[in-house]
Design a protein around this ligand. Structure first.
Ligand code: HEC
Length: 193
């Protein structure tokens, strides 16, 4: 009898732990899907705007379309979806919190160890003073098209430079090379106990 109880207790524990595990994989997968969707929509918009309207017009893609897409996805899922970086152009939107800075440093290390950019993802359940959160980050690396506004001085056309220096006097988001870590998509939402 006692045996049976222990056995069923053990299998219940096993079941619930595999359930929790499956739930976490599910959350990570959902977050990966949403951040890929974010980056793909943005990448496409950036490429087509650069091609059709040129770099000055494309500034708006990073300054308006990106926060709008992030805002739409946030509302749609009830999550906080954003882009963060260690070297920001817009400190109001892109500044990483302490946890995000840690993960970005880890992505930087993994990237320099030769890990593929696509696999730079991290998910974790984090306890904070205000509760428990599911948190997710996925690396954003610099592509050729990004250099027009985030590359070194010779990559950036003069009219773009002028606008950037007017709008972002404390711009840190220049001097990147193709393949560098630019930042990450961040997702965060509260989970119940
Ligand atoms: C035409 C100019 C332009 C191009 C091209 C461009 N960006 Fe940006 N980027 C900006 C501007 C302007 C901002 C500041 C947005 C704001 O005001 O929030 C920005 C901000 C960002 C941010 C948010 C963090 C921060 O620094 O404020 C990320 C991440 C980013 N860009 C990534 C990219 C990537 C990746 C590419 C290439 C796919 C790219 N950008 C191409 C102009 C550009």
């Amino acid at each position: 009898m006692q045996h049976r109880t222990i056995l069923s207790l053990a299998s219940a524990m096993l079941l619930s732990s595999s359930f929790v595990h499956a739930e976490e994989i599910d959350r990570s997968q959902q977050a990966a899907d949403v951040s890929s969707q974010f980056m793909q929509t943005l990448g496409k918009t950036m490429k087509s705007t650069l091609k059709a309207e040129g770099p000055v017009a494309a500034i708006q893609v990073c300054s308006e379309a990106a926060p709008k897409i992030a805002g739409d996805l946030s509302r749609q899922h009830g999550w906080q979806v954003s882009r963060v970086s260690t070297r920001v152009r817009n400190p109001m939107l892109g500044t990483a919190d302490q946890w995000q800075q840690q993960i970005l440093a880890d992505f930087e290390r993994r990237l320099s160890n030769g890990e593929a950019a696509e696999s730079l993802r991290h998910s974790e359940i984090v306890s904070e003073p205000s509760g428990r959160y599911f948190r997710y980050m996925q690396a954003i690396t610099v592509g050729q098209a990004c250099l027009t506004c985030h590359g070194s001085a010779e990559n950036i056309p003069a009219p773009v430079k002028t606008i950037l220096s007017e709008h972002y006097p404390h711009d840190q988001a220049v001097g990147y090379q193709e393949g560098d870590l630019r930042g990450a998509v961040s997702i965060k939402y509260p989970i119940s106990e």
